[in-house]
Design a protein around this ligand. Structure first.
Ligand SMILES: [Zn+2]
Length: 184
């Protein structure tokens, strides 16, 4: 449990991001836009999740929200004070808001999300002056791997549609609007 574990901070960012990437791979295998997240408290993974809005028929089932729900259930606490969120892609406005509600202390993300990212791309929501909780944000951890899994996903989907294969498991809007993730 958290209080028994060692706390190795920055040196372990890559290790935790690899766990988030493993979550992203689960999303990919389920036909969802491959984004993964883990929540770490005192060096221990207390929650993990992958993007699954389609399967869950839940527009809020982003990787970060799924991971925070798991962590809060495990810790039996609606606040994750002092925890670190590792997520493969720059989070959206909803997820940054949820992290503030959860009192996440540090956000570590991999790739930039140029369309909907709410840390450096669309806005810097974690720095809104009215918020009573500040989130430290660190980007670019395993950036290439985190970007590649997204790009490969959309490339394979484009190829599938070009060769006339049935559309992979997805319904609704065209790829560019799915979570706003880049299709390039
Ligand atoms: Zn989100």
């Amino acid at each position: 449990m958290p209080d028994e574990a060692r706390y190795n901070h920055r040196m372990d960012h890559d290790d935790y991001m690899r766990l988030a990437l493993a979550q992203a791979a689960q999303a990919r295998n389920a036909g969802e836009v491959p984004v993964g997240a883990v929540v770490v408290l005192d060096g221990v993974v207390v929650g993990a999740g992958f993007n699954q809005p389609i399967a869950a028929t839940d527009p809020t089932a982003h990787a970060e929200v799924v991971a925070m729900r798991a962590a809060a259930a495990l810790l039996k606490n609606y606040r994750l004070t002092g925890a670190t969120m590792y997520v493969t892609v720059e989070p959206c406005l909803m997820c940054v808001g949820a992290m503030v509600h959860a009192r996440i202390r540090t956000l570590v993300f991999g790739a930039i999300e140029p369309r909907s990212g709410a840390i450096v791309s669309m806005t810097s929501a974690h720095e809104f002056p009215a918020l009573n909780h500040r989130l430290e944000a660190i980007g670019g951890v395993l950036e290439d791997e985190c970007r590649a899994i997204i790009q490969d996903f959309f490339r394979e989907r484009r190829m599938a549609s070009r060769t006339g294969d049935p559309e992979p498991a997805r319904s609704g809007p065209p790829p560019r609007t799915v979570e706003g993730r880049s299709t390039d």
